[in-house]
Design a protein around this ligand. Sequence first.
Ligand SMILES: [Zn+2]
Length: 251
Amino acid sequence: MKLEVSSAIILHHTDYGEADRIVTFLTPDHGRLKGFARAARKSRKRFGAALEPLAEVQMHWVSRSSGDLVSLRDADLVKLRAGLRRDLETLTLAGYGCELTEVLFDDSGAGVEVFQLLQAFLDHLDSEGFSVEARLLLEIRMLSLSGYMPHLQHCADCSSPLPAGQVSFSAFHNGSLCAECDAGRVAIKVDRMTLGTFGRILETPLTRFSGFKLSPQSRQEGQALLNDALRCHLHRPLKSLEMLDRFSPEE
Ligand SMILES: [Zn+2]
């Protein structure tokens, strides 16, 4: 049995039995893990607030030879990020970021960049609070890191260049479609300029969230595109999404 130690972000926890807790957490080098915290609810001395969702901790655990749960030994709080609890919008968006990460990446799928992205997202919300841009930036980058980013800048079917103005988009058909390949099948229309904006966002550093201001049109079209792409690839609906959608009003 080897004791492992790593930075970790708590994604969520569920109570188990009388006093125990099962904690899902994300690490830079071990991906997403689930751990069993014995007596976590009875004795707060051992774990304190360190197992609360959104917290960043130094996690100590021992892997088990069988089963997928590791055994949590200790957790030292590094950052609680109290600013995430400033209002319901910010808290909901932060929780959504954690749930999206958990559902989009399976046990071994999340690498160090996923950790850095979620960490930077939570830091940004902690200091700046909710914004539609922060949500879009997280979604675009998470899709890109998961390998599910649809084709944007050329036709996903025939690779031909896209015209200026309105372009059809379908995540089911792998992205943007030229008029011939679409042939009237697709409902989502996105301006070529929104696709260009998304292309430029993908070239910015993964951890930069400040300084982005999208036009109302790009925000609305971009959200429709991302909703379609995420629906296509998530294996279950996100619980936090219904609440979050109340805070991302249609322009
Ligand atoms: Zn085409």
